[in-house]
Structure formats: C-alpha cells, structure tokens
Design a protein around this ligand. Structure first.
Ligand SMILES: *Cc1c(COP(=O)(O)O)cnc(C)c1O
Length: 366
C-alpha cells in the first residue's frame, strides 16, 4: 500500500495540537500559549462589517499584501523606536501563520540536499517537523539543564557545512528563557553564509527584540506572529522581517494567495487597534509572576523564570513518565497543559483559569 509515498514519510510523526483523548468537562486551554482573551466584541463587529461590505468573496485576495506590509512595518518601527533606519514594507513577508514562513525559509535554503538546519531541543518543534516533511536533515544542539542556554561550544562545532540555517526562539518555547548576551554574540559572529532565524513569537510579552540590529545582519530573519499577544490564532497570520533580498526569495517560494482577505483585514484591524489589544499584556505578565511564585512553592516542582506568557516546570525527581500521567489527570479535570521536552509548558490564562491550574496541580501532586 502507498508505494508512491516517500520512504522517509512513512514513519513520520506529525505535530498534534491538543494530543490525547476526548474530555467531558469544560477545558481551560492552556497548552498552546494563546492570549486567553478573544477580540473585544466591538472589534469583532467591525471586522464582520468589513467582511460584509468590503470583501468580495468571489475575488482573489490582494496577493501582494501591500497595505498589510506597510501597517506591519509601521508597527515594528513604532514598537522598536527605530526612527534612524526604519524597517520598510520591502523588508516584510507575511505568511499563513509564521509556520508557513518557517517552511518558506526551509524551501529557500535546504531543499533538495542543499543543506541542513540546526535547532536545540527543548525548543519549538515545528522547525524539525517541517524540515522532516521536506527531507531536510536536522542537526540538534544541546542546552544547559540549569537555564536552557545553548551549549555554545557544541553549537560552534555543529554549525558548519552542511548546516545552512540556525533556528532560535527569543524567548524560547517551551522553556521561556530569552537569548543571553553570549548567545547573541555567537549569533552576531556567525558567518554570512549561515541564515539565522530568530523567532520572536512572544515579543509583545518579552519586549526584547533584535530588530534594531537587523540592518547590520543581512543573514538574519526575524519571525513574529499575530497568534499570541494579538489574539488572532484562528486567522493564521505571521510575518518575517529581513533584508529586502531575503524577503524577495521568501516571496518567490510562497503560494501566490497565501493569506485570505479576511485574515489580512483582521491583522490590519488588530494593528489599527494595537494599543487597545495590548493593554492586557501588563496584567497577563503580573498574573504570570503570581502563578510562577505559587508554582515555585510546590515542593515536587522545579520551575524556571519566564520572559513570556507561559511557564516551564519539571518534576524535581525528573520522572517524565509520571509527568505524562499527571498531564492526563489534569486534562480529565479540565486543565489542558503541554507535556513536552521532559516538562510542563503552562500557558498563563485568565485569573480564574490560573487559580484552577494551581489548585488542580496541588491536587494531582499531593
Ligand atoms: C506559537 C508560535 C509560533 C506561531 O506560529 P503561527 O503559525 O504564527 O501561529 C511561532 N513560533 C513559536 C516559537 C511559537 O511558539
């Protein structure tokens, strides 16, 4: 059966959001790092009105996405304080989620036995998964178990031919640590024939970005998304910021109409109202600090500091099998968190959700 399928895909494990069986209780969805708040209803109504009156569903969407790119460029410049060398729309490419942009990067660099990628687990698994779907080899680096910083000696020895692309997350998922000064120095000094992808999916939470340095590094690509702080995960919009020459290549390999008109409109609306949408960020960060302090008091857990809207924890005794069983128990009680990389990645939710997370965790660990 299926003799026409590539051998390497027959064993391939796809990404499974919300793994595990069905549950019967209402779920606190805290395993995908979304903002717990939906778009405010007045903005939803505005978007619905735009859909009704301004989007012709029989017409293809704007394939060049020019207005969205301009709006993104102004947002990036405003939030980075970049009056000197502002980012231009020619430095922006938009994707059907940043997942699409990751795939475009892979297609543009390593496809067809042209190279391999470097990624250091525990980290965002889509780099490896998408590389595998394209038959691209993955070289895996190591991290410190104390703070999850990259083992740079190991990285230096591994990042050479055939590696062409290095993927890092700033701050990392699932471990929530931002890039350290040493890691940034290493990235700055990588030769120009290595493409460095710095995924800033959690920028609005961390407020740390390398965008001000982009003009000095034509081999860097910054990825951002509307799926987290901006509350638009349902609509799949991500963007890349890079040198115009790199952007041109990403534009060449993407599908012509990769972003539906409705999604483009939603992202523009979110940018027009970014101040309002982002007002909940300080309150989520405060809730994160509270949840972190409360989790750190549980003796059975080791909890790491977080620069994002999620918290990483492991069992002190390192029993990953038990952690998997407890994840299922929590889910049966109505709290869904992600078991990954030997630990738990717990999204910060509303205060009611965080309260339930905490008391159920006390319950299962008692
Ligand atoms: C959530 C997340 C993304 C977002 O992906 P989209 O496809 O834009 O929804 C990208 N990178 C990391 C590290 C993430 O955690």
């Amino acid at each position: 059966m299926l003799d026409f399928i590539r051998e390497d895909l027959k064993q391939f494990q796809a990404y499974t959001p919300h793994p595990g069986g069905a549950v019967t209780v209402p779920l606190d969805i805290l395993d995908t790092n979304e903002n717990p708040y939906d778009l405010p209803s007045d903005l939803k109504a505005k978007l619905a009105g735009h859909y009704e009156h301004a989007i012709a569903t029989n017409r293809y969407p704007d394939g060049a996405q020019l207005e969205l790119k301009s709006a993104i460029a102004s947002y990036v410049n405003r939030s980075a304080n970049l009056p000197q060398a502002p980012i231009t729309p020619a430095q922006i490419s938009v994707g059907n989620g940043s997942d699409e942009l990751i795939r475009s990067v892979l297609i543009a660099t390593c496809l067809g036995n042209q190279g391999a990628i470097f990624t250091a687990p525990p980290t965002f698994s889509m780099y490896r998964i998408l590389a595998e779907t394209l038959g691209i080899p993955v070289v895996q680096g190591r991290r410190s178990t104390a703070d999850f910083a990259l083992d740079l000696e190991d990285a230096r020895s591994q990042v050479q031919a055939p590696v062409r692309v290095v993927f890092v997350v700033h701050p990392n998922s699932p471990t929530a640590n931002p890039l350290t000064a040493n890691e940034l120095d290493w990235l700055r000094r990588l030769p120009k024939n290595i493409l460095v992808v710095i995924d800033e999916a959690y920028f609005e939470f961390s407020q740390t970005s390398v965008v001000a340095e982009l003009s000095e590094h034509p081999n860097w690509v910054i990825l951002r998304t509307f799926s987290k702080a901006f509350r638009l995960a349902a609509l799949r919009v991500g963007y890349a910021i890079a040198h115009p020459d790199v952007i041109q290549i990403l534009e060449k390999v993407r599908l012509p109409y990769n972003l539906p008109a409705f999604s483009q409109a939603a992202a523009r609306l979110a940018l027009d109202h970014h101040e309002e949408l982002l007002t909940v960020i300080p309150q989520l960060l405060q809730a994160r600090d509270q949840l972190h302090a409360d989790l750190a008091k549980i003796d059975a857990l080791q909890v790491w500091p977080s620069a994002a809207n999620f918290i990483y924890a492991r069992l002190n005794n390192g029993d990953d099998k038990r952690l998997g069983d407890l994840t299922q128990e929590l889910k049966a009680q109505g709290t869904l968190i992600r078991h990954t990389g030997g630990g738990w990645r717990i999204t910060v939710g509303t205060s009611a959700e965080n309260q339930r997370t905490l008391s159920r965790m006390h319950g299962v660990l008692a």
